[in-house]
Design a protein around this ligand. Structure first.
Ligand code: ADP
Ligand code: TRP
Length: 320
């Protein structure tokens, strides 16, 4: 089974990204033939400057490789290294109406907020469909917010196949129900846009400071506390074993256990959890050229699949 997913390179990853997406993406490499790409063409819709975009791409590659992505199992590449996807997008553009794209939620949400969209943002779902169909993907794990984009992809594929014959595999979306929302330091969903993130990599001193800033209620130290109403406990659960979780819950309920103690325990667990990944990242950072080589190698493998699809598509629409 071919499993494909793409991620936009957009800055420093936090533990919400890790438990909500990166960890799952890495685990999928054991469940089928995995393709994972860094969606830099999609990032252009927000007009980043060139250095920022390149920097975000290489950082995301480093993050994934440090977190256990194995390139002998996963075809790992940068979207723009396989430019055939833009040709497919152009062809697909002629099989979808403007009215249909105008109804896409993510586009509507952005324009409703007064954002003036460029044409790239408008066509974002068509590029995403091209990503998926180019590699004849069967399963596409995505977050809930991407569900409609997947439906658009399926719709396009079915319509295209009806007109031109059996060219594309019709993909299935996979939205992991279990992927819990990780809370940020203020208790809202952890998100770069809310400034409440705990980065997975970085200086331990800064990380400790961030953890110490997690908002808690004002129950006095001596009093019993309800662990299930506490962000610190919710975050601790991500890292600790069931026994350790039960032990911390008992301490909360017994009283004489302060939020400062819980924060220190969380800090230590988190450090221990990410330490091997941080070590690997430090090693990889010493040789950035070889990380670019890894991405180029992935693109070569992806390109073979892309060319197979494009031969069929070009012939079907009359370009050959
Ligand atoms: P952000 O909200 O920080 O900008 P993105 O929207 O770029 O994060 O999300 C990238 C991926 O990480 C998506 O797959 C998303 O579902 C996942 N993700 C982001 N924040 C969380 C969170 N707080 N809990 C669980 N998953 C998350
Ligand atoms: N739009 C996706 C997101 O923001 C990223 C993406 C681009 C993608 N192309 C894709 C995801 C193809 C899955 C398949 O999360």
């Amino acid at each position: 089974m071919r499993i494909l997913s793409g991620i936009q390179p957009s800055g420093i990853p936090h533990i919400g990204n890790y438990f909500g997406m990166m960890k799952n993406a890495v685990e999928l490499q054991n469940k089928g033939e995995a393709f994972l790409f860094i969606a830099d063409y999609h990032s252009l819709t927000t007009n980043p400057d060139a250095e920022t975009l390149r920097g975000n791409v290489i950082n995301l590659a480093l993050d994934f490789l440090s977190c256990g992505l194995n390139v002998s199992k996963t075809v790992f590449f940068r979207q723009s290294d396989v430019p055939q996807v833009t040709e497919l997008m152009w062809i697909l553009n002629n099989n979808i109406t403007v009215g249909f794209l105008e109804r896409a939620h993510s586009y509507k949400d952005k324009t409703a907020k007064g954002f003036v969209p460029n044409n790239g943002l408008f066509s974002y779902p068509v590029l995403m469909a091209a990503d998926i169909l180019l590699y004849q993907s069967e399963l596409v794990p995505v977050g809930k917010d991407q569900k409609q984009h997947l439906e658009i992809t399926r719709d396009l594929a079915i319509r295209f196949n009806n007109t031109y014959g059996d060219i594309f595999t019709i993909p299935e979306g996979f939205i992991p129900e279990t992927s819990a929302v990780v809370p940020g330091t203020d208790g809202q969903k952890m998100s770069k846009s809310y400034n409440n993130t705990i980065p997975i990599f970085g200086n331990p001193k800064a990380q400790r400071k961030t953890i110490m800033s997690i908002v808690s209620d004002s129950t006095p130290m001596e009093d019993p506390k309800d662990p299930d109403k506490c962000n610190i406990f919710a975050l601790y659960k991500l890292f600790a074993t069931p026994d350790e979780v039960a032990e911390m819950a008992a301490r909360y309920r017994a009283g004489n256990y302060g939020y400062g103690h819980a924060k220190q325990a969380l800090f230590e667990k988190m450090q221990a959890y990410f330490a091997p990944m941080q070590e690997r990242r430090n090693e990889l950072e010493k040789d950035i050229d070889s990380v670019w080589d890894i991405l180029r190698e992935g693109a070569k493998r992806a390109s073979v699949e892309a060319d197979k699809t494009m031969e069929k598509v070009r012939a079907a629409v009359g370009l050959r």
